[in-house]
Each structure stands twice: as structure tokens, then as C-alpha cells.
Design a binder for this molecule. Structure first.
Ligand SMILES: NC(=O)c1ccc[n+]([C@@H]2O[C@H](COP(=O)([O-])OP(=O)(O)OC[C@H]3O[C@@H](n4cnc5c(N)ncnc54)[C@H](O)[C@@H]3O)[C@@H](O)[C@H]2O)c1
Length: 256
């Protein structure tokens, strides 16, 4: 038996980067995974690889195009997984977005969009999943960031959303500890992905300001999405059964 055989999991942000690696990792460990994202093309890639690694112990993958910040989509995502396999044991809320810019120039629409996707989307997915996770005594893993607890210049909206994801997750851990449903965060940093390859900094940063970028760069180099996926898989499995309300940094020592 694989460690996630017979477990039903949802992974959001599963079309790219850490979410894609997580969906594939969970399937390889025997889980039945609903891989969800707004990006249908990326999900098709995820499905192709997941099908290749599906284990003899029941690993399966289906995909579902949905926007986590849309209330109906969030509900429909959870319903689809439960209709397919009759239960839900875990959810990895990995979907997220980053836009950077100087705070004194940052526009309200972009601020609201980032908070709506990263924070409200995570809340909506947890809210819809919780009734099923309470039945299965399941687990939640939310994607925080090293910016949840360390200053990252020009990322005010993103850092605020990720700090709130972390505090929301701690609240879940305590609120549902008697069921129990476990709730943890992973806090990646310097991991190759769509977000890190598209990140931009203000065009006019000075040489002195540019030195601040070092504080968000790992001294050991960039990690791979699979380096985060393995931790998510542990937290969703019984290997993580005594861990709740924790935020595990996976940042190659950036903030050591
Ligand atoms: N890569 C890093 O170093 C790093 C660092 C800190 C935090 N994170 C977090 O890890 C998570 C995964 O990001 P990644 O690095 O793999 O980047 P990524 O851009 O490769 O993946 C993000 C995925 O989220 C999806 N997504 C965005 N908005 C969505 C929405 N509204 N509904 C559904 N899906 C949506 C995107 O389509 C994409 O597939 C994010 O929450 C990100 O903030 C990553």
C-alpha cells in the first residue's frame, strides 16, 4: 500500500509549478486527486504526467477548471471530487498570484485582486471542503510564503495576503482540532515556478534598493516545485498526524 492509497485529495493551482508537482506527487503516492486551476492547458499537462505516474495502489487524477475566488466555482470543485469518489480526505490550496510594485503607487484594483485570489479564494475552498474533511478527519495545507512573516519589498499586497493565509490557517487548526481536522501551511521561497519566473521589480529601483532583493534569494540556490510537493504530501498523510497549526518554510535557508 502507498501512504495515500484510498485518500481523496483536491489540489488547486495544479496547472503549474508547486500545485502541478503536488498533484502529481499525490497521485504517485496512491491518492485520487482532483487537480484544479483556471488554466485548462496546464491542467492537461498535469493530467498527462499524473496518468504516467499513477500507482497500482489506486492513484488517479481528474481535472477541473475553476477560479478559487468564485464562490460557485469553489463549491463546484469540492462537489465534483466528492461525486467522483464519495469522500474528501485532504485539500492543498496552492493556487495564488503575485503582482509587485511600490506601495505608494500600487492601484486598488490590483490590491483587491491579490487579496481576493490568495486569501478569499483560500477561505472559500476551505469553507466548502470542511464539512467533508470533518467527516473523514482530513487535513488542509495552504500555501503561505516566506513573505507571510518576513519583509519582502514591493510585495505589500502579496505579503499581506500570505500573512493572512497563515493566520487563517492557525485559526482553522485550533477551531477544528477536536474533530480533528489538521490545518498547516507551507511557506515556499526561491522555488522555480510561474510566479518566480514572471516576478518583476520596479523599473526605477536604485542600486542601494536593489540590494534588498538579496534578502528574498536563497543562499543555496533555487529549489524545484517537487521540494514543496513532498512536504505537502507528508502533511496530508498520516506521517503528519501530530502536526497542526504549523507553517513549514521551504526556502533553501533564505530566512535561516
Ligand atoms: N515559487 C515560489 O518561490 C513561491 C514562494 C512563495 C509562495 N509561493 C506560493 O506557492 C503557490 C504556487 O505558486 P507557484 O510558485 O507554483 O506559481 P505558479 O504561477 O507556477 O502557479 C500558480 C497557479 O495558480 C493558478 N491560479 C492563479 N489564480 C487562480 C485562481 N483565481 N483560481 C485558480 N487557480 C489560480 C495559476 O493558473 C497557476 O497555475 C502560490 O500560492 C504562491 O504564492 C510560491
Amino acid at each position: 500500500m502507498e501512504r495515500l492509497s484510498d485518500r481523496v485529495m483536491i489540489v488547486t493551482g495544479a496547472a503549474s509549478g508547486i500545485g502541478q508537482a503536488t498533484a502529481i506527487r499525490l497521485v504517485s503516492e496512491g491518492a485520487k486527486v482532483l487537480a484544479s486551476d483556471i488554466n485548462a492547458e496546464g491542467l492537461a499537462e498535469t493530467l498527462e504526467t499524473a496518468n504516467k505516474v499513477a500507482s497500482e495502489d489506486g492513484g488517479e487524477c481528474i481535472t477541473h477548471v475553476a477560479d478559487i475566488s468564485d464562490e460557485a466555482d469553489a463549491a463546484n470543485t469540492v462537489e465534483t471530487a466528492v461525486e467522483a469518489w464519495g469522500r474528501l480526505d485532504g485539500i492543498a490550496n496552492i493556487a495564488g498570484m503575485l503582482r509587485s510594485g511600490r506601495t505608494h503607487e500600487f492601484d486598488l484594483d490590483t490590491w483587491n485582486k491579490i487579496l481576493t485570489v490568495n486569501l478569499t479564494g483560500t477561505f472559500l475552498m476551505c469553507r466548502e471542503a470542511l464539512p467533508h474533511l470533518m467527516e473523514s478527519k482530513g487535513a488542509i495545507v495552504n500555501a503561505a510564503s516566506t513573505s507571510s512573516s518576513f519583509g519582502h519589498p514591493w510585495m505589500g499586497a502579496y505579503a499581506a495576503s500570505k500573512g493572512a493565509v497563515w493566520s487563517f490557517t492557525q485559526t482553522l487548526a485550533v477551531e477544528y482540532c477536536k474533530v480533528p481536522v489538521r490545518a498547516n501551511c507551507v511557506a515556499p521561497g526561491s522555488v522555480h515556478s510561474g510566479i518566480t519566473s514572471n516576478v518583476t521589480f520596479p523599473d526605477d529601483i536604485t542600486k542601494e534598493e536593489g540590494k534588498l532583493i538579496r534578502r528574498i534569494m536563497s543562499p543555496t540556490g533555487f529549489g524545484d516545485p517537487g521540494d514543496v510537493a513532498s512536504v505537502v504530501a507528508m502533511l496530508l498523510s498520516d506521517d503528519g498526524k501530530h502536526i497542526t497549526g504549523e507553517c513549514i518554510r521551504i526556502d533553501g535557508g533564505t530566512h535561516a
